[in-house]
Design a protein around this ligand. Structure first.
Ligand SMILES: Cc1cc2nc3c(=O)[nH]c(=O)nc-3n(C[C@H](O)[C@H](O)[C@H](O)COP(=O)(O)OP(=O)(O)OC[C@H]3O[C@@H](n4cnc5c(N)ncnc54)[C@H](O)[C@@H]3O)c2cc1C
Length: 464
């Protein structure tokens, strides 16, 4: 049995804590905030439950593997939340068109979409395998070979898509924009992100009944049932071999698991705050609201409003400046669906530069985008005029517990390190007692990547 201190009670820290405690270690989780879930946080707006941060769960096989691993270590999972599949992957608004994914027969892009989807849908299991297998594990080789056969010589999402001469440019743009879910432009990351729309169309996108925050809540329960001690309002201030210090206390540790942003982890290790790299992943302006009246009938659950010129958005984000137009998700939940609320709720999620700014609805570019989005999704007045109560989470908020300028996936790696060869890695021979998970290593990919990555990183500690 080892004494293990886990830093951060987000999805990756809690996944680590639950498995390590169930494996018999003495686990203490230190969390600076007063809530469970990190980027997944629950708000109460006008008496309604609204979950912030991640809203959609992809690659559900990774979550299942977490539960199966917990059970295989002897743990009991009383009841896991049911996943509700959304009726559509999304309605995309792009250059005057409204396009549903999967693209229906009769649409001019139907044939190229079908051709693309047939090739990429089968990659879902291979990607799940890669997400749950360590980078040096030979068990991942067949999955890797399957991906390479599809991507051939395409090194980035853009270069792979550029090689598909039969695909209309508009469809390429729509597929490519999903690299922003990893915080970066399509020419800055591996072609694996090109497969996302096709895989989401086949597997569906799902939301746990009750909201995504049900997942970290369950993980915290599993961790505590296994004996972990979760301490909220406890900020780690210094890490060294054998010890984690906070403002008031010092914790002995045979091993430390950090889920804190890589720059924050490095600062706690060295005591020095490095200047922020200019190359960083994007941030967000996330507007959450309970509505006083429903949006017009026909408004879909998940809308994606694209910029007219995606290249201009990518250029602005690379320079960490506000874009003229951005990519925005609108998630709209009627009462009684995902949430047992009495009022409808909405999340308007604008992709934003990681500039640490305290933006709100009066910030000119945000105001202009909220108005553009409102018109495009079919409202005859700005969406905020439907709000009963709202809250805006911006780069300043994300920077308060993550990358200092609010970069959601931290500083950007060189392209070839944006996948399994990420830097920093899970472990370093210089500090064999430190296990990095989630935001501390991962360049993007969301819930499946941080839960899968946590399981990969701590695997040696589960072999007692
Ligand atoms: C607006 C938004 C929308 C998103 N949408 C999706 C989506 O639809 N699907 C998806 O899969 N992913 C999505 N993501 C990404 C997903 O939320 C993240 O990848 C994931 O939640 C990261 O989890 P984590 O545990 O690695 O890090 P975090 O959640 O950042 O957890 C780190 C924890 O460490 C704590 N901490 C920081 N410093 C200290 C310290 N010094 N001492 C102690 N504790 C500390 C923080 O308070 C935090 O709780 C979204 C993210 C955002 C912000």
């Amino acid at each position: 049995m080892k004494k293990i201190v886990v830093l951060g009670a987000g999805l990756s820290g809690l996944a680590s804590a639950a498995l390590l405690a169930q494996a018999g270690h003495q686990v203490t989780v230190l969390e600076q905030g007063d809530w469970i879930g990190g980027k997944s946080r629950r708000l109460n707006l006008a008496g309604q439950i609204v979950d912030t941060g991640p809203s959609l769960v992809t690659f559900p096989g990774v979550w299942q593997k977490f539960l199966d691993t917990y059970k295989s270590l002897g743990g009991q999972v009383p009841s896991a939340p049911e996943f509700i599949r959304l009726p559509e992957v999304g309605r995309y608004f792009f250059q005057g068109q409204e396009i549903d994914i999967p693209i229906p027969p009769g649409h001019p892009w139907y044939e190229p979409w079908r051709r693309f989807a047939e090739e990429h849908e089968p990659l879902s299991d291979a990607i799940t395998k890669l997400l749950t297998t360590g980078p040096t594990d030979t068990a991942s080789l067949p999955a890797l070979a399957q991906l390479l056969r599809v991507y051939r010589s395409g090194l980035t999402t853009s270069s792979y898509l550029a090689g598909l001469k039969w695909m209309p440019q508009g469809l390429k743009d729509l597929i490519a924009i999903h690299t922003l879910n990893a915080g970066v432009a399509p020419d800055q990351t591996l072609p694996i992100y090109a497969s996302m729309t096709a895989i989401m169309a086949k597997d569906g996108i799902t939301v746990p009944k009750g909201g995504v925050n049900e997942l970290p809540r369950l993980m915290a329960k599993l961790a505590e049932a296994a004996g972990a001690d979760i301490r909220l309002n406890t900020r780690a201030t210094r890490l060294s071999k054998g010890k984690v210090e906070t403002e008031d206390e010092s914790f002995e540790a045979d091993a430390i698991v950090s889920s804190l942003d890589a720059a924050v982890t490095n600062q706690l290790l060295t005591g020095r705050q490095a200047a922020a790299a200019t190359s960083r992943s994007c941030s967000g302006v996330a507007i959450y609201a309970a509505l006083s009246e429903p949006l017009p009938e026909g408004t879909v659950t998940h809308s994606v409003v694209m910029p007219d010129q995606p290249k201009r958005l990518y250029a602005a984000l690379k320079q960490n400046r506000a874009p003229e137009q951005t990519m925005t998700f609108v998630n709209y939940y009627l009462p009684g669906g995902i949430y047992d609320n009495e009022l409808p709720t909405v999340a308007v999620l604008l992709t934003a530069p990681a500039d640490g700014a305290k933006t709100d609805l009066t910030t000119p570019w945000v105001r202009a985008e909220v108005d553009r989005v409102s018109k495009l999704i079919g409202l005859n007045k700005p969406i905020d005029s439907y709000f009963a109560e709202h809250q805006v989470l911006n780069a300043d908020y994300f920077g308060s517990y993550g990358h200092p300028l609010g970069a959601l996936y931290g500083e950007k790696n060189p392209m070839w390190q944006s996948g399994p060869l990420h830097s920093p890695g899970y472990r370093s021979p210089l500090r064999p007692w430190l296990y990095r998970v989630g935001a501390s290593v991962h360049p993007g990919g969301g819930i499946p990547a941080v839960i899968g990555g946590a399981m990969n990183s701590i695997a040696p500690l589960l072999r007692l």
